[in-house]
Write a new protein. Sequence first.
Length: 633
Amino acid sequence: MNNFLLLFGIAFSMLALMIYVIYEVEKWRSERRVLTALYIEGMMLTMNIGAYLYVTYHCLFYFLVINGAYAFLGLYSILSIKNIERKREVIYAIFSLFMVISEFFMGSLFVVLQTGKPATIDSSVENIWFVSVMLAEMSFTFYLSFRKLDKITRNYLLSLLLLMPWFPALFPNFVIPFWASAIIMIGATIMIYETLYNQRLRANQETFTTMELMAIYMLMMLGEFLYFIYSTLVVFDISMMIAMTWFIFRSLAGPNPIKGNYLRNSKLAFGIIFLTFVMEFFMGGTLDFVEGVFSPGISGFISSLSLPWLPLNSVQGAMWDFIDVVGSVLGSVWFLIMMGIEMGFLAFKKMMEMHVREVRVRMMLMIIAYAIYSIYIPTFSPISSISQYVPYLWSMGIGTLAPVSNSVLVGLIGTYVVYAILSFLFGSRNLCAVTCTAPLMYQGNFYDALKVYNRTSRLGKKTLTSKLSLWYKAIALGISIFVLASAIVSYLNSEGILHFTVYGVDITLLIYFIWFDIMWYILFISIPFLGTFACVTTGYCYWGVFNQAVSRIGLFRLKVKDPQQCLNCKTVDCATACPVGLTDMRASFIKNGEFRSMKCIGIGECVNACPYDNIMFYDVRHWLKEKFSKVSS
């Protein structure tokens, strides 16, 4: 009890003094008071360091030397600062860094006083004294700076403040902090994307402030992920100290003064997407550990991966294992769930902007399909274990659920038959705009806005129009033939005629694993260089190409009520709105009154964007209506 009161008294005294220092620096009422506050903060830092060394090594020499040196050198350095008004950001940065280092050594000191053992990074940060003082200081700084900060910076700082209490060592049930931080971070990511989307028309946006925050989130999630592999929170604790430093600095200095626009600068757009994606990778992997999909520890994690682990003594083995780790996380259920929540919310917000009922219905079906078709049925439903035997449930073509064998031929071939019928009757939108996971990710409001890169990026411009270029045909045909040949090899393996595998992995399973769990995500994060829906515009997706080819000879097309309206249209909003980059549809509308293309997947933004309500979907419903009208007449 006496020890607790001692620690509480020390912590409270330091907190009170630090609150005074924060107040003086934030108010910046005079040069003298700011310099005095800086000197006091430096004094607290050296006192904590000296006291820690004293109680750890029982030598008063360290304490006296460190504090004595600071009494003279620190005072001299601070008094030497000139033109302090011009160095506000530098002062704020030094102040923020010294504050966090001081609190770290205070935590170290308390660990030694409680345990009698030298402190580690983990124990110095993962204790109630450090966390409580840290939260109090951050909250007070945020309160003082609240009115001078813009709304965006406030929201960013508040989201980070909400993440700070969730240190795993402070909770008896370790699941709680991991789930709490994941939920808050998912909400923060949605908020960030909403903010960026709402700013999209501004020349100057808070893009660099956003990227700073996303980098901190990424480091936090990396720390949590590594904890389950190496049983240490060092990286996580370092990320929390960096987060505190950034929080204090941005509260005092405001947002990053460097501005930019992510729709005009492909590197900025890629930076935002890449940081978010890496953060989501580690977040999904962490949730997989929490929920038992992956086993903890190095050996446990390796045993949980999708492919056999190869020795790391060669470049080939290292590349294989890297693919194994990345693909296993990206294809895992909790990564898909986490991604679905984020992308689903953004897609829902985009859906609410649509005024055409059929487009809104299609987007709602897309969101529902992701939840049921991609998550619930293959993982949680009562029929998850037999889904490979059921036509239409075998998703994404050959090699998805199992090697090709007699036992799964009904489910596999039946799926192709069902989808072919649906694509013939309704167009390939039944897959490429509804049941596939791609449209949900591309159709969120933030990502949909990136379709400007279809027209502005060097590679994106090469995929424009409905024309099937020679390279597109070569890619689509080459991949399709390769996949079909692999399916034949897989079937012959199952019949015992051949014995061909890649490190013991069936060739069709390996193709699917690399194609859709790794390569597809590379396409996705490369939107600023390829444009949106590169899976459609490049012929990359063999499953999509099959449905798109059937759709091209089927009943689906876009029609216009009055071609003359298109002739008089000056804005050509339909072509601008198309997320696939079909910029030549207007010419086809004028000439033929309709538009058909293998690349058209029925997203419907052209229908929604037409200012004259002139474009309409045409499929089996309208075909039947016409036939019955002729019969009745």
